[in-house]
Structures are given as structure tokens and as C-alpha cells.
Design a protein around this ligand. Structure first.
Ligand code: ADE
Ligand code: ZN
Length: 337
């Protein structure tokens, strides 16, 4: 282990961009399929893993929506989230903001309360047994229509206290943020924190729309924002965090090579960048793995790595007192501020 790997292992981490359905490991997919009496179109785990060869976002999304169909019962969602928390705990996770995609479940007849109940029960166990704090962010699937998004927001409003924020994910190109300006306005009026995937495959204009039309407080991914100098200035000036996902970007061919990844450039431009796993079961790594892969490919010094980890806590939607306590603990353990 080199010095940076030792530092990465020791850093407390907050991850703000993790789709819980994307933490469904192939082994668990087979277990849940068997438990629920369902078949899978793959002979075994190896065949399923072999299918994880993506050239763009949509290739992945097709398998992601297919894979989540094994999730049926409250216990399935609990088991999924607990597996995520336990694996991430071993990589230094202290806090997580977890995306979930209710339309991927309600469209199959699984009740919103079933999904939420399992996730919330896991959150409580993670807090009590692993010391991991967490919040839930409900994502709207942008390839579906506005009316479906409005109905899904109504479901979230019925569980207002369980959900800290609303996000926007799924197929980006052709589904600009503007499509959801009314839903996001209603979400903002209800007091939800707002985020959106933008600039993963979509152009800088989608990042502008996410900021100016939706009023989001963080940008998920944001890679392509770097193509627009005025946009970079805006994100730096307003300290809009970007939740960056190195292994995801590699596996979805957003970058050809991790050595060409913009993470270091983002820091050097003064952006509040954070490191995240996105869909760890599909992209080959949890949050610590993402730090390690980025550090192996990019000239990230110890200060950069500590800054990235600290940014995760700083950019979180935790209550102010909880955030202050996590940052104080971070500074005590890492020895810099
Ligand atoms: N849903 C799950 N992962 C996603 C990603 N990386 N981009 C858009 N939608 C997603
Ligand atoms: Zn994502």
C-alpha cells in the first residue's frame, strides 16, 4: 500500500451520489430472484457480470432497470441497503445521501411505502450498529413524463420527513432539466433540497438549466460543465458542489481513461468536487475504491484527497449541527481544516 492508499483508507468519507438500486450485486440479484420465485435471463453470476460491458449510459440503464425487478418486498429493500452500508463501512463511509428511483418500483406494482420502509429500517440499523448517518433523496426518472413525475412527488410529500431531497436521473440526452421545471418548483416550495444529474452525457446547457430553471443546490456528475468557462465560474463562485463518480465515468465511457478524468482539474479550478460511487455493483467499486482508482491515475496529493473527502461532508444536506459535528470529527481525525 502506498502512502496515498493508507491516507485514503483512513479518511472518513461522505458519499452524496449513490443509487441504492445500483448497489445490487449480482450475487444478491440471484438470491432475491430465487427468494421471490423469479427467473433471470442469465445462467449465473459470471454470465451476468460479463454483460456489464457498457459503451454509454443507456446500455447500463437497460440492465439497471431490469436488475431492480428482483426487488419486491420490504425485506428486499432492507437487505439491499444493509449490504451497501456494510460494504461501505469497510471503506470508511461515515455518512451517505442515498438516491432511490421509486418509479422503477411503483411501475411494477411495488408500493412506495414498501420501498421506503425497507430503506428507512436499514438507515436506522446503519446508524445504530455502524455509526453511519444517512438521508434519502428521491430521484425522478427523466425519460418518463412530467405527469408521472408529479404523481411521484405527491408520494414523496406523503412521506415528507423521510426524504431530504429530490433529484433527477436516468437517460439525460433528450430529456433536459426544463422538462421538470414545474415539478421542481413544487418540490422547492415543499422544502425539499434539490439536485440533478447534469453534464454526464448532456451538454453544458443542461447544467445551466439545472441551476437556473430547477434551482438545484448540487450538480450530479457535471463533467461537461468544464466545456463552458462561464459555467465553471458560476459553479465556483456559488460554491455549487459537483458529485463526481470516477469509476462510473470510466465504465460508461464518459472518459476514455481515468488519467483523462477532470477530477483534479475541477479542484484546481476551485470547484467543490466530491468523490462518489454512483452504482457500485455495476461499475466495479464502492466509495473508497473510487478514491483509490482516481488517486492511482491522477496527480492527486494528500491535500487534494483530504479536500475531496472533507467536501463530501461540507456539501451534504445534513442538519447544521450534525454537519458541524461531522466536520469537527473529520478535522480531528485528519488533522487539517
Ligand atoms: N441512474 C443510475 N445511475 C445513473 C447515472 N449514472 N446517470 C443517470 N441515471 C442514473
Ligand atoms: Zn448517478
Amino acid at each position: 500500500m502506498d502512502d496515498r492508499d493508507a491516507l485514503i483508507a483512513a479518511l472518513p468519507k461522505a458519499e452524496l451520489h449513490i443509487h441504492i438500486e445500483g448497489s445490487l450485486e449480482p450475487e444478491m440479484m440471484f438470491q432475491l430472484a430465487a427468494r421471490n420465485g423469479l427467473g433471470l435471463p442469465y445462467a449465473d453470476v459470471a454470465a451476468l457480470r460479463a454483460a456489464y460491458a457498457f459503451t454509454r449510459l443507456q446500455d447500463f440503464l437497460d440492465l439497471y432497470y431490469q436488475g431492480m425487478q428482483v426487488l419486491r418486498r420490504e425485506q428486499d429493500y432492507f437487505d439491499l441497503a444493509m449490504a451497501y452500508f456494510r460494504r461501505s463501512a469497510r471503506q470508511g463511509l461515515g455518512y451517505a445521501e442515498i438516491f432511490f428511483d421509486p418509479q422503477g418500483h411503483t411501475s411494477r406494482g411495488v408500493a412506495f411505502a414498501t420501498v421506503l420502509g425497507g430503506l428507512m429500517r436499514a438507515q436506522a440499523v446503519a446508524r445504530a450498529e455502524l455509526g453511519i448517518g444517512s438521508r434519502l433523496i428521491m430521484c425522478i426518472l427523466r425519460h418518463l413524463d412530467e405527469a408521472d413525475a408529479e404523481r411521484t412527488l405527491d408520494l414523496a410529500l406523503a412521506h415528507r420527513d423521510a426524504i431530504v431531497g429530490i433529484g433527477l436521473d436516468s437517460s439525460e440526452v433528450g430529456h433536459p432539466p426544463a422538462k421538470f421545471r414545474r415539478v421542481f418548483r413544487r418540490a422547492r416550495e415543499a422544502g425539499f433540497r434539490l439536485v440533478a444529474h447534469a453534464g454526464e452525457e448532456g451538454p453544458p446547457a443542461y447544467v445551466w438549466e439545472a441551476l437556473d430553471l430547477l434551482g438545484v443546490e448540487r450538480i450530479d456528475h457535471g463533467n461537461r460543465a468544464l466545456e463552458d468557462a462561464a459555467l465553471v465560474q458560476r459553479i465556483a463562485r456559488d460554491r455549487v458542489p459537483v458529485t463526481v463518480c470516477p469509476l462510473s465515468n470510466l465504465r460508461l465511457c464518459v472518459v476514455g481513461d481515468l488519467a483523462a478524468h477532470p477530477l483534479k482539474r475541477m479542484l484546481d479550478l476551485g470547484l467543490c468536487a466530491t468523490v462518489n460511487s454512483d452504482d457500485p455493483a455495476y461499475f466495479g467499486g464502492y466509495v473508497g475504491d473510487n478514491f483509490r482508482a482516481a488517486a492511482a491515475a491522477l496527480p492527486l496529493g494528500a491535500d487534494d484527497l483530504a479536500r475531496l473527502a472533507r467536501n463530501g461532508f461540507e456539501a451534504s444536506f445534513a442538519a447544521e449541527a450534525e454537519k458541524a459535528a461531522m466536520l469537527a470529527e473529520f478535522d480531528r481525525r485528519v488533522g487539517r481544516s
